[in-house]
Design a protein around this ligand. Structure first.
Ligand SMILES: NC(=O)c1ccc[n+]([C@@H]2O[C@H](COP(=O)([O-])OP(=O)(O)OC[C@H]3O[C@@H](n4cnc5c(N)ncnc54)[C@H](O)[C@@H]3O)[C@@H](O)[C@H]2O)c1
Length: 293
């Protein structure tokens, strides 16, 4: 792999997709820095990586906190001399359900972790990746970043935003030899449906993790997640896609038709605008490109 012997920071790397990606990148020869809010999971993840002879270190961090990101980047540099890559993976499932059941506090939690956590990761890591001469950023979005998910408003909002940011950053950072990709899986067998376990740790709730109400294991969400694909498949696909310099990393080709239907609806809406008596005359106007001075 092009990036072997370079250093990668993986947020939310103690479990699930983050751990699988960290393991795959470590086995491909990268030095791995895990950042995660869950201390026991982090310790066990580091032990497992060490047993595989992967160079690794880690820290307890909350992606919502800028200071934690600074500590994470400093750890990577003090341990391995430079930082070349970031996997912005830490995320939560939010609170699926009807619109009226979600409070602003529910929205805030999801936006803080899934969107602003990603933004802060890039702000902390990208200047160092530039200094190192380039590398990559993989932002873990979702298939929910490719289409709206009913009963998952706040999750959709954050994942569409992460997909859009990845497009913006891919162009901006290409000049610095930094490849940016959005990973967009559908269901993967992890503990994402139990995300409430992390909420007390990040959003100062008084409940201890043991007292948190987790969803019924027979709920639809629990079923679709536990029946999802193995995280190791996702991780291997990430390596394949990084080697091929893909900007959108898909793991579920069976969702292609659903996404095509969304694009077809958008294209049909453009067609109606083209034939609109009000704006149709703008059809052949040149595009205005925004280029900062
Ligand atoms: N599992 C799926 O079906 C699926 C599908 C598409 C996208 N994703 C995305 O994949 C990413 C990883 O999720 P997963 O499925 O592995 O879930 P998971 O709950 O199994 O793992 C999430 C990890 O992130 C950590 N974490 C949570 N909040 C954190 C915080 N504030 N700071 C630091 N670490 C934190 C957790 O401790 C855990 O180790 C998320 O961004 C998620 O939205 C998951």
């Amino acid at each position: 792999m092009e990036y072997s012997s370079r250093t990668v920071l993986v947020s939310g790397g103690a479990e699930g997709i983050g751990y699988a990606i960290a393991k795959a990148l470590g086995l491909a020869g990268m030095n791995v820095v895990l950042g995660d809010i869950n201390k026991p999971s982090l310790q066990s993840a580091l032990t497992q990586l060490q047993e595989l002879d992967i160079n690794c270190t880690g820290l307890v961090m909350d992606v919502v906190k800028a200071d934690d990101w600074r500590r994470a980047v400093d750890l990577a540099i003090s341990q391995y001399g430079a930082l070349h890559a970031l996997v912005n993976n830490a995320g939560v499932g939010g609170k699926p359900g009807p619109i009226e059941n979600n409070t602003l506090a529910d929205w805030q939690w999801c936006i803080d972790v899934n969107l602003l956590g990603v933004v802060q990761g890039v702000q902390a890591a990208v200047p160092r990746i530039k200094q190192a001469g380039g590398g990559f950023v993989v932002n873990v979005a979702s298939m929910a970043g490719m289409m709206g998910v009913p009963y998952g408003g706040e999750y959709t909002a954050t994942k569409l935003a992460v997909a859009g940011l990845s497009e913006a950053w891919a162009v901006e950072l290409a000049a610095f030899n930094i490849h940016v990709a959005a990973l967009c899986p559908a269901f993967v067998s992890t503990n994402i449906h139990l995300s409430e376990r992390n909420r007390a740790l990040t959003h100062g709730q008084t409940t201890t993790p043991d007292e948190i109400e987790l969803p019924d294991p027979d709920s639809v969400m629990s079923q679709v997640v536990t029946n999802g694909i193995n995280p190791d498949l996702v991780a291997q696909r990430v390596i394949e896609a990084l080697n091929a310099k893909e900007h959108y990393i898909f793991t579920h080709p069976n969702y292609r038709k659903a996404v095509q239907q969304r694009y077809a609806a958008i294209d049909a809406a453009f067609e109606r605008a083209e034939s609109s008596a009000i704006v149709g005359h703008l059809c052949n106007h040149p595009l205005d490109a925004f280029v900062p001075q």
